[in-house]
Ligand binder design. Structure first.
Ligand SMILES: C[S@@+](CC[C@H](N)C(=O)[O-])C[C@H]1O[C@@H](n2cnc3c(N)ncnc32)[C@H](O)[C@@H]1O
Length: 246
C-alpha cells in the first residue's frame, strides 16, 4: 500500500468514527447535540468564509458548539499567521475529541497554544477577549427564545466593532415540527425564529442555502456595526449555493 492510500484510509476511518460518535451523542441528548451528523465541508467553508474576508492580519476567532470538529478543521486551515482560536463545546466527550484534534493537527505543530478548547456552556464563557469572527454551530431552534436572546446578545458583546458572526439553521425544521411535535413545541420553535429574525433585520449582511449538507442548511452572516457607521439597515445578499460555491 502506498502512502497516499494509507493516509486516505486513515482519514476515512477517522470520519467514520466521528460520524458514529455524533450519532451516539445525538441518541444520548438530541436537543443539545442538535444534529445526527457532523456538518459537511460545503457548510464548513461557508461558515468560515469571514476569516478570509478579514484579510491576512492576525485575527481572534471564536467557534461555539464545535462537536467533533468538522468546521474546526476548515477554520484551522484558514487561520492567518498569529491568529488565535477559542473553541467552546458543552459536551465533555466532544471537548476531549476536540483537544485530541488540536494536539495532532499538523498545521498547529509547535503552536497549539494559539488554539484553546473550553469545555463549558457558551453562556459561561469568559476569555477576556473580543473576536473578529464568531462561528456558531449551536442548535438555536432547540433552545428557548430567552436562551437564544441571551446568547445572541453575548455574541454581539464579544464581537469587535465590524466583526462577523456566522451561524446556520437546518431548512424545513419548522415545517417538520409543526407536523410532528406538540403545539407548544411548534410555538417555541416559531418564537425562536422570531427572535433570530429581529437580529437578522438589524445586523444581517448575507444568507445562503447549502444543499450539500444533510439536512440542507441556511447560513446567516451578521456584522456588528463599527461605531462610526451610520445606523442604516444593512443590505442582505442572498444566494443559493450548491456544494462549496457561493
Ligand atoms: C449541531 S451541533 C454542531 C457541531 C459542529 N459544529 C458541526 O457543525 O458539525 C451543535 C453543538 O453545540 C454543542 N452545544 C449545545 N449547546 C451548547 C452551549 N450552550 N454551549 C456550547 N456548546 C453547546 C453541542 O454539544 C453540539 O456539539
Amino acid at each position: 500500500m502506498d502512502n497516499w492510500t494509507t493516509s486516505h484510509d486513515r482519514v476515512l476511518a477517522q470520519r467514520n468514527a466521528e460520524g458514529w460518535m455524533f450519532l451516539i451523542e445525538a441518541a444520548r441528548d438530541l436537543r443539545a447535540t442538535g444534529a445526527i451528523a457532523p456538518s459537511s465541508k460545503a457548510l464548513g467553508r461557508l461558515l468560515t468564509d469571514p476569516v478570509d474576508e478579514h484579510g491576512a492580519r492576525p485575527l481572534n476567532v471564536l467557534e461555539v458548539g464545535a462537536g467533533t470538529g468538522s468546521v474546526t478543521r476548515t477554520l484551522i486551515l484558514r487561520l492567518s499567521p498569529g491568529s488565535r482560536l477559542d473553541i467552546v463545546e458543552a459536551n465533555p466527550r466532544f471537548a476531549a475529541q476536540l483537544r485530541r484534534l488540536v494536539r495532532s493537527h499538523p498545521r498547529l505543530a509547535g503552536e497549539c497554544e494559539r488554539v484553546r478548547v473550553h469545555h463549558t456552556l457558551v453562556e459561561r464563557l469568559d476569555t477576556g477577549r473580543r473576536y473578529d469572527v464568531i462561528v456558531s454551530g449551536l442548535p438555536f431552534t432547540n433552545f428557548t427564545p430567552a436562551q437564544v436572546e441571551t446568547i445572541m446578545d453575548r455574541y454581539l458583546e464579544l464581537l469587535e466593532p465590524g466583526g462577523t458572526l456566522t451561524y446556520f439553521a437546518y431548512r424545513g425544521t419548522r415545517y417538520a415540527r409543526t407536523l410532528t411535535a406538540f403545539p407548544a413545541e411548534a410555538r417555541r420553535h416559531r418564537a425562536v425564529e422570531d427572535v433570530l429574525a429581529g437580529y437578522q433585520r438589524r445586523y444581517a449582511t448575507g444568507c445562503w442555502s447549502v444543499w450539500g449538507n444533510l439536512p440542507p442548511a441556511k447560513v446567516w452572516q451578521l456584522r456588528r456595526p463599527a461605531p462610526s457607521a451610520t445606523p442604516t439597515v444593512p443590505a442582505v445578499s442572498s444566494a443559493t449555493t450548491v456544494g462549496a460555491s457561493r
